[in-house]
Ligand binder design. Sequence first.
Ligand SMILES: Cc1cc2nc3c(=O)[nH]c(=O)nc-3n(C[C@H](O)[C@H](O)[C@H](O)COP(=O)(O)OP(=O)(O)OC[C@H]3O[C@@H](n4cnc5c(N)ncnc54)[C@H](O)[C@@H]3O)c2cc1C
Length: 406
Amino acid sequence: MTEHVDTLIIGGGQAGLAMSAHLRERGLPHLVIERHRIAERWRSERWDSLVANGPAWHDRFPALEFDDIDPDSFAPRDRIVQYFETFAAQIDAPVRSGVEVTELVQAGTGFRAQTAGGVIEAAQVVVATGPFQKPVMPGLVPPEAGLTQMHSNAYRNPGQLPAGAVLVVGAGSSGVQIADELQRSGRQVYLSVGPHDRPPRAYRGRDFVWWLGVLGLWDAKARTPGMEHVTIAVSGARGGHTVDFRELAAGGITLLGRANSYAGGVMGFQPDLTHNIAFGDANYLSVLDTADAYAAKAGLDLPLDPEARRFGPNPDCVTNPVLSLDLAGAGVTSIIWATGFVVDYGWLKVDTFDDKGRPRHDRGVAAVPGLYFLGLPWLSRRASPFIWGAWHDAAYLAGHIAGQKG
Ligand SMILES: Cc1cc2nc3c(=O)[nH]c(=O)nc-3n(C[C@H](O)[C@H](O)[C@H](O)COP(=O)(O)OP(=O)(O)OC[C@H]3O[C@@H](n4cnc5c(N)ncnc54)[C@H](O)[C@@H]3O)c2cc1C
């Protein structure tokens, strides 16, 4: 039996739910198909202690507030899951969970989706399967090395790891938060730090996400060329704080440059740590400068924050970086690869990708009529993969779908 729907949304995360809300508002029939459960990534691909990277007043849909927590606090992971469940119930979203789309092909003027539960045909399809789908692990250290290795999406808590020191590779938001948690749990931690931005958590009494808003940076249309491999280190953990690598080192974490080789139990690191820390500092200071200039121009009456410009001295591990580490000698028994994700569209058999396998689209509208993408990094702007950014992109796509129907 073939089921027919007008618009099929694939993925029941925040993007799929935002899409459902906007289609519903326009009275457009649709179905959301989710292979597991609503907000599955927040349930099973994030560590236990994770909190939102942005405060609760910000990291939410405009249509629903977190009514039980301080708006300036950072919602815990389980509360975020509950938030999306509540939202789905509030809009009575037609979500069918536990059904995976294993193949999507074009059929006539529309599409045919293959699922374990049967075939679904749809005039429009919105692909909302996530910005961070498949974990990337560089494969530097072979399994024969006898170490426990996992990607950050499989890390849950310190108790999951065997006794011993831990090497965390990657110092974006995931890597720094996991390294910090492990160090606080009493582990010896080594943290491999690549090029990064590390904006202040707050400056002159306002959270960084507020500054991004008033400075128009959430709306930036594309990454600055050359910054494609620069990660961002922010944290809402412990009430929210600026990620400061000097503080992490002072707490006992050994900072290292980018991991680039492994042979005979010895891990090699690039001699780039000093540069990477300086690069992060420069980014941090540029945010303060831009914020100050904006505050002066707009006549904002915000308290001054001279302390924010004071850095402690560089720790020894930054001034004399370790370039190779005998893992067994250092007691390292585990490696956590906080090395990012790629998309995975093996099931999407539609000619809609460029030569690098990236979806071709304009603000989420694919060149193939009726096909849409939502939730991807830089889909329309910087905010696109984040909770409220997906909401605004979904509004645009709903308008486009409505427009096609005349
Ligand atoms: C560690 C981490 C922390 C983050 N913290 C924040 C934060 O604090 N604030 C913020 O705004 N953003 C944050 N993000 C970014 C972003 O909000 C999340 O990645 C979010 O999960 C993206 O939502 P989404 O709906 O676009 O995709 P996903 O949450 O990935 O949802 C996609 C859904 O599609 C389903 N799916 C995939 N393929 C199929 C298929 N073939 N058939 C059926 N279903 C399928 C999946 O099971 C999944 O449930 C964070 C990301 C990470 C990795």
